[in-house]
Design a protein around this ligand. Structure first.
Ligand code: MF3
Ligand code: CO
Length: 262
């Protein structure tokens, strides 16, 4: 028996609002990146990005979501996702840091993640970050009407595994719109030609989590922070992507010329 899905298709007007949400979010992420330096505490980054969103009239999407206590997820080194910002945790030279952030704007959500290097990081860390970013771009490139969720997952997986890395199975991407998490689930692995068929009006949060070592993760005592089972590095990138007649449209990309926007 197949589980039935409720896929909410967005109108042009809906997608326009989501594009505004995405642009606003991408700007906040860019300003967040500018604050990254050794010695900054993660709670300070959280407070600044929350103020940034609110000053633009947007609401943090994660704060209070299933009891999550912050605006930002900050996941450092072997932390995969959902690291909670604290006063005690300082960024250090050589850290690999993932920031995951969502906002709500005019009734719609946008969701985005980036991984950055703090100061000088190892060659392996640099390769992990670059590969995870490329895996996301490959997943996005597989998005078009008629393609399947498995095509997206396979594109991501193939890229990560060709580099000798593994993709996390325990967390997946998702539809997004009036809710932060909507159907369908978007695994970062899959078989080409399988799964839900993509159609114009779907909006997807595609979010590869890639590990240097094995794919296993476990959740810490705080009930949120997910870490790699083997203690090796992990990276995470995410974009909110609309399926259009012409293919993918990335809603969380910065305007050209304003920075890397990735
Ligand atoms: N960005 C995460 C996701 O896409 C959401 C974090 S869950 C929260 O699923 F609880 F931290 F908000
Ligand atoms: Co997400």
């Amino acid at each position: 028996m197949l589980k039935s899905l409720t896929v909410d298709l967005k109108t042009r007007e809906d997608i326009q609002k989501m594009r505004e949400a995405g642009a606003l979010l991408a700007g906040a992420v860019e300003r967040l990146r500018a604050r990254v330096r050794p010695g900054v505490c993660t709670a300070e980054l959280d407070a600044s990005v929350e103020a940034d969103l609110r000053s633009q009239g947007a609401k943090p999407a994660f704060l209070g979501y299933r009891g999550y206590p912050a605006t930002l997820c900050v996941s450092i080194n072997d932390e995969v996702v959902h690291g909670i910002p604290t006063q005690q945790r300082l960024l250090r030279d050589g850290d690999v840091v993932s920031f995951d952030l969502g906002c709500k704007w005019r009734g719609f959500f946008a969701d985005m993640a980036v991984t950055v290097a703090v100061g000088e990081v190892s060659p392996e860390a640099r390769r992990l970050i670059a590969t995870t970013r490329t895996a996301l771009e490959k997943g996005i490139a597989a998005v078009r009407p008629g393609a399947r969720i498995g095509d997206v997952g396979w594109a991501v997986q193939e890229c990560a595994e060709a580099a000798g890395f593994s993709v996390v199975r325990d967390f997946v991407g998702h539809g997004i719109g009036r809710a932060l998490h909507e159907d369908p689930a978007i695994p970062n692995y899959g078989k080409p030609g399988t799964g839900v068929r993509l159609q114009p009006g779907m909006v997807l949060a595609i979010e590869p989590m890639v590990n240097c070592g094995g794919p296993e993760v476990r959740v810490l005592e705080d009930r949120w922070t997910a870490v790699t089972g083997d203690g090796r590095l992990s990276a995470h990138f995410e974009h909110t992507v609309a399926v259009t007649e012409d293919g993918p449209s990335v809603l969380t990309r910065l305007e050209e010329g304003l920075g890397q926007g990735r």
